[in-house]
Design a protein around this ligand. Structure first.
Ligand code: 2AM
Ligand code: CA
Length: 274
């Protein structure tokens, strides 16, 4: 059981915030201005991948310098066991396609786990000028360039037919086709859907009361580790299929009252399989 007064928690939070800020600046300032134009030419994906790898290296370097015994799991391949019981779960650039096109919704996601329990989450969204964070038991917070720290809370639940729900689609065409079918059945039951493009930001938007719900299939641990803690600390419910934790099969998040019927419909519509 985590003691919320444990001084390790603010130490890990500060480290995650520092690493996320520096990686965010690297990605923001290092993005070639002609990246979107280059998307029609040679191989812009390689440029994005290079930035992705550089950002992950920066994050693991910043953290390892302070805490050499911690483990890592990163989208770009960082994987080490560590010996301290702390493992960092890192997505250096979540929302890659938005980044490629110059859309603002991309993020750096960093979470810390102790003995498998998520205790710290930071999601930096540099083009929004906002960073979201949570420590287990300590609430969820946003910090912005133009305001101080703001506590995050989910919206009061509307009836499902007034709920704004975000989702995402896979990169593989056949998988996307099934996901589109699920969305087709869901849309008439909701106010509307959104397709943000960064799972980590979607989860933070549920936390901030900017969405009533979010779901997606096919996510990895690094996409959701930080955002899931932030959403839950803001009062959201998160899960996978009914009774299960979020997984690759399905991630669902929502304000209580929206989460449950959304999760039930997703089960019925087969959102958990390809
Ligand atoms: P990425 O930008 O790091 O690739 C968009 O729908 C969200 O889901 C993003 O967080 C994206 O992460 C992730 N995502 C979508 N399809 C994916 C896939 N096939 N493999 C891994 N991540 C995927
Ligand atoms: Ca990702």
């Amino acid at each position: 059981m985590t003691d919320v007064t444990d001084p390790l928690l603010p130490e890990l939070l500060r480290l995650a915030q520092d690493a996320a800020r520096r990686a965010g600046e690297l990605l923001r300032d290092g993005r070639p201005a002609d990246l979107a134009v280059a998307a029609t030419k040679s191989s812009p994906i390689d440029v994005v991948t290079e930035m992705d790898i550089a950002a992950e290296k920066l994050i693991t370097d910043v953290i390892s310098e302070q805490r050499p015994d911690d483990g890592f799991l990163g989208e770009e391949g960082a994987s080490s066991e560590g010996t301290s019981g702390i493992r960092w779960v890192v997505d250096p650039l979540d929302g890659t396609v938005n980044y490629l096109y110059g859309l603002p919704t991309w993020s750096v996601s960093i979470a810390a786990e102790r003995d498998g329990e998520r205790i710290v989450g930071v999601v930096a969204a540099p083009m929004r000028g906002e960073t979201y964070h949570a420590v287990l038991g300590g609430g969820a917070w946003a910090t912005g360039a133009w305001e101080g720290e703001r506590r995050l809370a989910v919206r009061p639940a509307p009836p499902l037919d007034q709920a704004l729900v975000s989702t995402g689609f896979n990169y593989v065409a056949e998988v996307k086709a099934h996901q589109a079918e699920v969305a087709r059945r869901l849309i008439p039951l909701l106010r509307d859907i959104r397709r943000g493009g960064s799972a980590a930001v979607d989860l933070c938007d549920v936390a901030a009361g900017r969405l009533d719900g979010y779901y997606e299939r096919g996510l990895n641990a690094w996409d959701v580790a930080a955002g899931d803690l932030i959403a839950r600390e803001a009062g959201a419910l998160t899960g996978g299929r009914p009774g299960e934790a979020p997984s690759r099969d399905l991630t669902v998040a929502g304000t209580p009252g929206v989460f449950e019927p959304l999760q039930r419909h997703l089960e019925t519509f087969g959102a958990w399989h390809d």
